[in-house]
Design a binder for this molecule. Structure first.
Ligand code: HEC
Length: 208
């Protein structure tokens, strides 16, 4: 596992714990179980501090590893930072409305994170040559370059060096269409387009 992958898995794990803590707290508050809420809050205090710290530290690390900061990511980060003071005030004042709003925001940020796991394919006008054949170089530039670079060696976001790949066209096409570990699947490419990109990788990038 690369450092990037370890950090990414840690981020996902702490975010899940963070989310569960807030789910339980919000449920207790809404059910008027104030004593239980207080004792639960006390019990998870250290865990919550640790999780919050790891949550921010891994999040900042991941942000700096990304090939580009997308608007969706900015929305996600804004939502997270909005929800924190709302949750603090909401639970301190036992304000159900604020606490619920904070929880819904955290849920929304979590949902955006899940949505961002898939990458929508960019198919430009130039993706089809004048003779109707697929312009694989153009598809590669539009969909792969941000992480792998023109020569396959960029290694952004923990991306594999494609100039050293040992995979055949079918395996590469399958990785493009289904993703693998931290590589998102590229949604919306046809089987033919994925095959064309795979062939492009094997003839123009591999071994260069
Ligand atoms: C968001 C960044 C990102 C984008 C965009 C991306 N990749 Fe990847 N790619 C990765 C990462 C990360 C890995 C390593 C995955 C792993 O560890 O299993 C990877 C691995 C691969 C591998 C496996 C290589 C091997 O020999 O094991 C291939 C092939 C590949 N990518 C091709 C492509 C192609 C072609 C595209 C464009 C259609 C593309 N990638 C777009 C991040 C990306």
């Amino acid at each position: 596992m690369t450092t990037f992958e370890i950090i990414k898995k840690t981020h996902f794990a702490v975010v899940t714990i963070f989310f569960l803590i807030y789910l339980i707290k919000t449920a207790l508050l809404l059910a008027n179980k104030n004593e239980e809420l207080q004792s639960f809050t006390k019990k998870v205090k250290i865990l919550e501090m640790l999780v919050s710290f790891l949550f921010l530290a891994t999040g900042v690390y991941l942000m700096f590893q990304l090939p580009e900061i997308k608007p969706l990511l900015i929305i996600k980060i804004t939502i997270v930072f909005l929800s924190i003071p709302l949750a603090v005030v909401g639970f301190k004042k036992a304000n159900k409305g604020l606490a619920t709003l904070a929880f819904v925001l955290i849920l929304g940020a979590f949902g955006i994170g899940e949505m961002m796991k898939n990458k929508k394919a960019v198919v430009t006008e130039n993706a089809v040559n004048a003779d109707g054949s697929i312009n694989a170089q153009e598809l590669y530039s539009a969909n792969c370059k941000s992480c792998h670079g023109d020569n396959g060696k960029l290694n952004m976001a923990g991306a594999f060096d494609l100039s050293t790949t040992q995979l055949g066209n079918d395996s590469i096409a399958s990785i493009i269409l289904n993703g693998r570990n931290t590589m998102p699947k590229v949604n919306g490419l046809t089987q033919e387009q994925a095959q064309a990109i795979a062939a492009y990788v094997n003839t123009n990038i591999k071994g260069k």
